[in-house]
Write a protein that binds this ligand. Structure first.
Ligand SMILES: [Zn+2]
Length: 427
């Protein structure tokens, strides 16, 4: 496959990283959660217009959408969508980003100093994949902020694919639908995306890690809030009167299996995560998130938490201080998202996985299917009727100051996208 104009993807990527566009969970009630995401949306919309994309739209929620017509002969093939997110993570400083392209010569490579003055470096001790990247250029931060390769590398790849299609209209491809969405990092992502207007039959989000990664499995996810109502009295006269809400909450937590925690689990192992706790004698509240790839085990985890609450309520009901009261504890659980594998593994969607495997292979890349230990825009899109698997965006160390993207991976991924649209243009 010809590799025309590949370095333009690096130029675009660096330029996109320089536009800060963090989302913010504290202002999640408005979409976008931050005005900065409009800055990024405008840059992308303007690049799409400059390339000649059709019906480029930037709406009041900072969603950018566009279409690209099919090559001759592929007009009847179903429209294929690509979806990337405009926001960057909020957990690390990112309101001023200074990307640099650095040649990696092996060993420890200093990127600069962090905002606290401490040296920030890439180290093969922390990233074993660096051993295979000696002699290659990496796009890195200067140590002061995140990079935003998650997910700006993906935006740069998609726009660079369009640049290729414009340069060589003979490259086979079906009609393409393009979506660039805000607030993915705070869980909204594609929620307001108008799928009818997009009009695609299949899609790919591009928001996975290193080159070759491929995901169509996510957790099943729920959040649980447990509240405790206590009764505070002077500790000196508390006998048979006091009900300590904090104690009731801790008792429930003791009944949650201690090994089923994020810090002890990996691959397809689920967990309970105690996200936040606020408590005193009268009032206590704990927020948990519950995760499991397996639907039955996921339901069992929710049942376990409900049973723990029931058991502790029963224990308290035997006490003189609470015998005639309402139960001390209450629990509220709601589902957040479901494992998208339910949709992607249906026979009619098999081509999403097979086509991706062929496209990676055509570029000499072995596809690695990784179960995501988190959510992705593709999960909600899949359940809303646009089956979407997730391709590599090629970022490493996402959400931190050591985030980096290898130039070769970035360039190869444009080749992979070109191969992929070629496969979807087949009769
Ligand atoms: Zn992402």
């Amino acid at each position: 496959m010809g590799r025309k104009a590949t370095s333009d993807v690096v130029e675009r990527f660096v330029r996109y990283c320089e536009v800060p566009s963090q989302s913010d969970p504290r202002t999640a009630t408005t979409v976008p959660s931050t005005p900065a995401q409009f800055d990024m949306a405008r840059v992308v919309a303007s690049d799409l217009r400059a390339l000649g994309a059709q019906d480029v739209k930037l709406d009041e929620h900072a969603y950018v959408t566009a279409h690209w017509p099919a090559s001759a002969g592929a007009e009847k093939n179903p429209t294929l969508a690509f979806c990337c997110h405009l926001d960057t993570a909020w957990q690390t400083y990112g309101s001023s980003v200074h990307p640099q392209v650095k040649l990696y010569k092996g060993g420890r490579m200093v990127l600069g100093r962090g905002r606290d003055g401490a040296e920030v470096a890439l180290d093969p001790a922390a990233n074993s994949e660096l051993k295979d990247l000696v002699g290659e250029n990496l796009v890195t931060t200067d140590g002061t902020s995140l990079l935003g390769g998650d997910d700006k590398a993906a935006i740069a790849m998609v726009v660079s694919l369009l640049a290729r299609l414009r340069e060589d209209p003979e490259l086979p491809h079906p009609a393409l639908a393009l979506a660039f969405v805000p607030d993915e990092e705070i869980g909204h992502g594609a929620a307001l995306l108008d799928l009818d207007a997009l009009g695609a039959a299949y899609g790919y989000t591009i928001d996975a890690g290193s080159l070759g990664e491929f995901c169509y499995e996510t957790f099943n996810a729920a959040e649980a809030t447990i509240r405790a109502n206590g009764r505070s009295v002077h500790t000196g006269t508390a006998k048979d009167v006091m009900v300590n809400a904090s104690e009731a909450l801790f008792r429930v937590h003791q009944l949650v299996p201690p090994q089923d925690r994020p810090e002890f689990t990996q691959d397809r192992e689920g967990f309970f995560y105690l996200e936040r706790i606020e408590s005193d004698c009268e009032d206590a509240r704990a927020d948990y998130i519950i995760r499991d790839h397996d639907r039955a085990r996921f339901e069992a985890r929710k049942d376990l938490l409900r049973s723990a609450v029931a058991q502790v309520n029963a224990e308290y009901a035997l006490r003189p201080s609470t015998r005639d009261d309402q139960p001390v504890l209450s629990i509220d659980i709601h589902d957040q998202y479901r494992n998208m594998a339910e949709v992607i593994t249906r026979p009619e969607n098999a081509l999403l996985i097979e086509s991706a495997r062929r496209a990676y292979e055509a570029c000499g890349v072995t596809m690695r299917t990784v179960p995501m230990r988190g959510g992705t825009d593709g999960a909600q899109l899949s359940f809303r009727g646009l089956p979407c698997a997730n391709l590599s965006a090629c970022y490493h160390n996402a959400h931190g100051v050591t985030e980096f993207v290898p130039v070769r991976e970035l360039e190869t991924m444009v080749d992979v996208l070109q191969a992929l649209v070629g496969i979807y243009a087949e009769g």
